[in-house]
Design a protein around this ligand. Structure first.
Ligand code: FA5
Length: 342
């Protein structure tokens, strides 16, 4: 009987060492420690022993019972605390669903514009965000003392050229890539340039210090204003619907001549006038014009042979209009409640 008890003890402890989940633990409890378990059965046989032997074996049986119960409770506690490594795969559990990522509203609008211009035969180009003062301003007809620089105050780097002037800026617009792409590809040229821009702004619901633009240029022989107008009409109709109209009003940009602001029929009120369009029926969305001859020259292109058009959309503003977003600062907020809506 002593042997039986010792074997039971050894079996129990060996099986207890295999426990990886609470179901198995419960099985062991039923098998060994419950009222009808193996330990109770052996203890039930004590009554058949002589008085002396019953005392001796009884003591051993009680000692083993206490030990097994103590070990059982220890393992049960460790399992609950997670310090026992649970089974690696429980095939009965439902699979874990991972949350899908998604594109930001700016990327969605950018993709739409890229698709459209790709289909019209435009290249999609890129340029540096850290730009030289020359490309960002001077080559675009804004020499160091030009008052138009004030409209695009930016972040200068603490770096000076040989003449002692600060010469590196975070670009204020995607227009410097006009010059870079002319220098690289020459004419004829059709390209759009999406990218991030920076301005030292007093931020508000419509102005951010970091925002996106999409620049467009088309250079060839005999490019004129009607090409610009029809291109901008196509973009408006693609983004805001077939009935969208375009109107162009003069605006000064040093790097185009003539320069203008492109305005589209308000997509929300269809031109009737509402809060979004400030009751004018029109939304100002794009700066555009025919490329100034000096800018073509800076890009290495002869303005006597070629002419060109250029335009610059504010991508954040486009996304705000398309998705009815009220504050441009939400794009950089990193707020998941905002981002998860798209
Ligand atoms: C320009 O930046 C010109 N480079 C556009 C251009 C290109 C004109 C080619 C002619 C030919 P403007 O400063 O207006 O222009 O900016 C263009 C667009 O960028 C604005 O209509 C607006 O949608 C967006 N934008 C400008 N500043 C901010 C800002 N602080 N926050 C958010 N969007 C801005």
């Amino acid at each position: 009987m002593k042997n039986k008890l010792e074997k039971l003890r050894a079996d129990f402890l060996q099986e207890l060492g295999q426990v990886k989940n609470s179901e198995y633990l419960r099985e062991l409890e039923l098998k060994y420690l419950s009222r009808k378990g193996e330990l109770s059965l052996i203890m039930g046989e004590l009554k058949d022993l002589s008085v002396d032997l019953r005392r001796e074996v009884g003591e051993l049986a009680n000692k083993i019972k206490v030990e097994l119960q103590t070990r059982f409770e220890e393992v049960s506690r460790q399992l609950a605390e997670g310090s026992i490594k649970k089974e690696l795969i429980d095939v009965t559990l439902p699979g874990e669903t991972l949350a899908d990522g998604h594109l930001s509203p700016i990327t969605l609008v950018q993709n739409e514009l890229e698709d459209l211009f790709n289909s019209l035969g435009f290249m999609i180009l890129d340029g540096p965000e850290l730009e030289s003062d020359y490309y960002n301003f001077t080559a675009l007809n804004m020499p160091p003392t030009h008052p138009a620089r004030d409209m695009q105050d930016t972040f200068y780097l603490d770096h000076k050229n040989k003449e002692g002037q600060y010469d590196l800026v975070m670009r204020t617009q995607t227009s410097p890539v006009q010059i870079r792409s002319m220098q690289k590809y020459g004419a004829p040229l059709k390209a759009i340039i999406p990218g991030r821009c920076f301005r030292c702004e007093a931020t508000d619901a419509r102005h951010e210090h970091t925002f996106y633009q999409v620049e467009g240029i088309m250079i060839d022989k005999n490019i004129n204003f009607s090409h610009l107008k029809s291109l901008l009409e196509i973009v408006g109709q693609r983004l805001f619907g077939a009935g969208t109209k375009l109107r162009m009003r003069p605006k000064f940009f040093p790097f185009v001549e003539p320069g203008n602001n492109g305005e589209y029929t308000c997509f929300l009120c269809q031109g009737k006038g509402c809060r979004v369009c400030k009751y004018t029926g029109w939304l100002e969305i794009v700066g555009a014009g025919l490329i100034h001859p000096d800018v073509l020259r800076a890009g290495g292109i002869d303005p006597e042979v070629y002419s060109g058009l250029a335009f610059g959309f504010g991508l954040n503003r486009l996304a705000m209009l398309k998705y009815n977003i009220s504050d441009v600062r939400l794009f950089n907020s990193g707020d998941l409640k905002f981002l998860e809506q798209f």
